[in-house]
Unconditional design. Sequence first.
Length: 218
Amino acid sequence: MAFYGRVKSGISLLSSQRSTLQRSLIAPSISQAFRNFAHVPGQKETKIKVPIAMFGGSGNYASALYIAAVKVNSVDKVDSELLQFVEGVKGSPITSQFIKDISVAKDVRVKVIQDIATQAKFSDVTKNFLVLLAENGRLKNVDTIAKRFAELAMAYKGEVKATVTTVIYFFDHKCRTYSHDKLTEVKEDWATYVVDDVFGEFFLDLILDKQDKYYSWI
């Protein structure tokens, strides 16, 4: 709820300047923006490998954010803050409309996002990234970008996302225990994992979807 209050406070700036807004479409040099964002001043440049190949505009933004977060050892924090921002947007119709409105001038977008990020006490990496999205007119894609970044954050922590499908209903703790046993059978060196429970109607055995690989047990 506190986040919604910060959003409302930031959006009030938009209302006071609405009559002066001019329609503007942003067409920046995205690759240059990525390089500038991922660079940490005063820090020796090191080659950081993105654990999962990302494609498209949202994937490129997520990869740039990942590199910047790894450099300052704040992947978990950035992941949490980005999720907080996305949830805040979803919970506020005004904010949701704001980030999709291409008629909002760039300086207004940037100012509002800076105010929101500052009041929410986001880290510099998250704040600067949201400002980058505001500058480039990409705030409307923040939900997709956050999902791509979450995938990278899981890989960074050695987590594996798995989907278990079965006709037999398992209580959550039983499903996770059973899944752990089966995961161990498939590959013992999987460090950690996340399980999504999906109950199908036409399966006679248990199917594990480990990203792009499938395993089945009768």
